[in-house]
Write a protein that binds this ligand. Structure first.
Ligand code: ATP
Ligand code: MG
Length: 669
């Protein structure tokens, strides 16, 4: 057979005519204002929509996707990147509704899920097979920790950096290219004398991940960027597949992600990025909120659209956000103007500053006010309580449970990060990638009778052979009391394959691991088994092992608050960290604990730019509220973990908001 292939062109199959059907255009002009319409209809080339909170950026993006499809662009040539899978699904659902279609073929997801999918398909040229394991941040720390011990840096007599600090240094080095020595000089000057060993550990870390086919979050981005740069054939394919690229919340993408979309789009590509520099809250992950402001100068062909009316909140609420940003050292100089009429009955409602005494009083106030509002007819689905850190809602969660108010909590430790969940997931990861050393370590340590040093000797035996399972049956282990468990593990792995459905694999894995889990977690084994059964239920939604495991590592299901109440279960109050509330909105919003050390958080206080990031976080929180906003100040709260002082002091950000903007409520116990 000749290896030369002939070209066969499909007429009209790949291009829209750039025109909207008249009915769709009329619909569009009804749903959006003229500046939003212009941003939708500017179909091709590089576009930046730069606008404040609540001005309809996401709505415009949704309509843009719908308009592209309606004008004849094949839906599967559109790639929509957002910050969570849920946000992408929600946007695509809205596109489907506009178009009157059910499931829509547009590809949507996060940068990481796009990278995982692309590398599984095309990663050979960067040395990755299709079944690599994705290590989440705690796995990454564990790998660093294991190598740190293995290389003899972990002895008690040495003050070698901890695995979490090392993982952070390595991540910063990988993402920004900052030399490790410079990072040490800046952040850990006392460890400079260990520089050579830290450098050697980094080399071992990189090598180990490669030989064990493990990819961490940074690698997903770095490797896919390398793939696009090195493998022009794949780049060509991907450019055809992703002819239109749209990115929401662009201010939170890091440099590599920004480069990825630019290289994918090419010089004349159809790339639309949307964002708001005032809402950049991920610089701790390498994003630079100001980079979006440089985008037009760096890309002279880019067309900039700005949206000026806020459709979400009353002017009274926006005044708090405007005052907060007005005092920013970064002087972004943006003022939000509400589109809600001043004669609307809700426009007169002032934001409340609730002066409570303790954290318990704050929790009682929030729960009580929510109950009142619910009785007045506001659904719990329209209310949210936001906080800086997941732990800040502890008192409130107890109070809500006592009062029978159902809630769902987003952000913080997730269900899949619990040890027993990770144990079972590790068994499935081994089915997919038998070289995944970190999952081996996890599973081995679960076996009764296996401690760190035994696990290490088994791991070393595995590394020394091509077939890891054979190491489990080596004679030197067969006389030990855990030998039967090693055999059970080997039998499980030999009798399963990555082609089997995740649910079947989960059930088989649990069948084998149940006694180990019950033994290992004997204090609360019952609760843990119930979590594992929940995980089996979740796995039933997936057809393929790879996609199940990718999603668990990249965008896992959130933890749901305990729901035990007489209220209608279709209604749930939202409890969320501010980070997880990005892009969302509720009629009523409560913000907890406006105290120094909480917002801004302790960890930010050392550096001015980090305090400014906390300011942007508060700004994101304020701009989630549509009609009612309650800022809570527990004035006499005792901060047990305080590094500044014992009784909390009001957040410095409250000083930036004129006190007359608030209606002040004294909450009496
Ligand atoms: P954020 O910066 O918080 O992500 P955003 O700019 O993406 O906000 P959207 O979430 O798209 O804003 O819109 C905010 C609210 O305003 C939504 O409820 C949206 O439906 C509504 N909205 C936006 N534009 C219009 C419009 N032209 N007419 C009516 N409602 C609108
Ligand atoms: Mg948005």
């Amino acid at each position: 057979m000749s290896s030369e292939r002939k070209k066969f062109s499909l007429r009209n199959a790949d291009a829209g005519n750039g025109k909207l059907p008249p009915q769709m255009e009329a619909q569009l002009r009804q749903a959006l204002n003229p500046e939003q319409v212009e941003a939708v209809l500017d179909f091709s080339g590089l576009q930046l929509i730069l606008a404040g909170a609540g001005t309809g950026k996401t709505r415009t993006l949704v309509w843009r996707v719908a308009a592209l499809v309606a004008s004849g662009i094949p839906a599967d040539q559109i790639l929509l990147l957002t910050f969570t899978r849920k946000a992408a699904q929600e946007m695509l659902h809205r596109v489907g509704t506009i178009l009157g279609q059910g499931k829509i073929q547009v590809q949507g997801g996060t940068f990481h899920s796009w990278a995982a999918m692309t590398l599984r398909r095309h990663g050979r040229s960067v040395g990755l097979g299709p079944s690599f394991t994705i290590a989440d941040s705690s796995d990454t720390e564990d790998i660093v920790g294991m190598l740190r011990t293995r290389m003899g840096f972990g002895g008690k007599e040495r003050r070698f950096l901890q695995k979490s600090s090392l993982a952070r240094i390595f991540s910063r080095h990988a993402n920004h290219g900052t030399p490790i020595e410079d990072i040490l000089a800046e952040e850990y000057p006392r460890s400079l004398e260990e520089f050579a060993d830290i450098q050697a550990l980094y080399a071992a870390f990189t090598e180990w991940k490669h030989t064990h086919q493990i990819v961490d979050y940074d690698d997903l981005m770095l490797q896919s960027f390398a793939l696009l740069k090195q493998d022009t054939a794949t780049l060509d394919i991907l450019r055809k597949v992703h002819r239109y690229i749209l990115v929401d919340e662009f201010q939170d993408t890091n440099t590599i992600q920004a480069q990825i979309v630019k290289i994918l789009a090419g010089d004349m590509g159809n790339l639309t990025v949307v964002g708001d520099e005032c809402q950049g809250i991920y610089s701790f992950r390498g994003a630079d909120p100001k980079s979006i402001l440089r985008f037009p100068t760096e890309n002279p062909l880019c067309k900039v659209h700005s949206l000026t009316r806020n459709y979400r909140s009353t002017q009274n609420i926006l005044d708090t956000a405007n005052a907060l940003m007005g005092a920013s050292a970064e002087s972004f100089g943006k003022t939000l103007t509400s589109n809600i009429s001043p004669t609307d009955s809700t426009s007169a409602t002032q934001p409340v500053l609730a002066h409570c005494s303790t954290f318990e009083d704050q929790a009682r106030f929030v729960a009580e006010r929510i109950r009142q509002l619910h009785e007045e007819g506001i659904s719990l689905n329209q209310m949210a309580v936001l906080f800086r850190s997941a732990s800040h809602s502890a008192e409130l969660e107890i109070t809500l449970q006592r009062k029978g108010i159902p809630f769902r909590k987003f952000g913080g430790i997730r269900f899949v990060e619990a040890a027993h969940i990770k144990d079972l997931v590790a068994m499935l990861r081994l089915v997919g990638n038998s070289r995944d050393g970190i999952s081996w370590q996890r599973v081995l340590l679960l076996l009764p009778g296996v401690g760190t040093s035994t696990a290490e000797s088994i791991l070393l035996a595995m590394d020394a052979t091509e077939r890891p399972l054979e190491a489990l049956r080596e004679p030197k282990f067969s006389a030990r009391k855990f030998a039967a468990n090693l055999r059970a593990l080997a039998d499980f792995l030999e009798s399963t394959s990555p082609d089997q459905s995740p649910a079947i694999l989960m059930e088989k894995a649990l069948g084998v691991a149940k006694p180990w889990i019950e033994d290992h977690y004997h204090d609360d084994a019952h609760k843990r088994m119930s979590d594992l059964n929940t995980l089996i239920e979740i796995s039933k939604g997936y057809g393929e092992l790879d996609s199940f495991l990718s999603e668990l590592s990249l965008d896992p299901p959130e933890r749901t608050g305990t729901i035990d109440s007489s209220l209608d279960q279709d209604e749930n109050l939202t409890l969320s960290t501010i980070h997880s509330a990005k892009g969302l909105e509720w009629r009523v919003v409560f913000i907890l604990s406006l105290l120094e050390g909480h917002l801004p958080s302790y960890y930010s206080l050392r550096k001015q730019e980090q305090v400014e990031e906390e300011r942007r976080l508060f700004y994101v929180a304020l701009t989630r509220a549509e009609r009612e906003l309650y800022c809570c100040l527990p004035e006499n709260a005792f901060l047990t973990s305080s590094k500044i002082q014992e009784i909390g002091i009001p957040s410095r950000f409250l000083d930036d908001i004129p006190t007359t903007i608030f209606d002040h409520w004294d909450i009496e116990g």
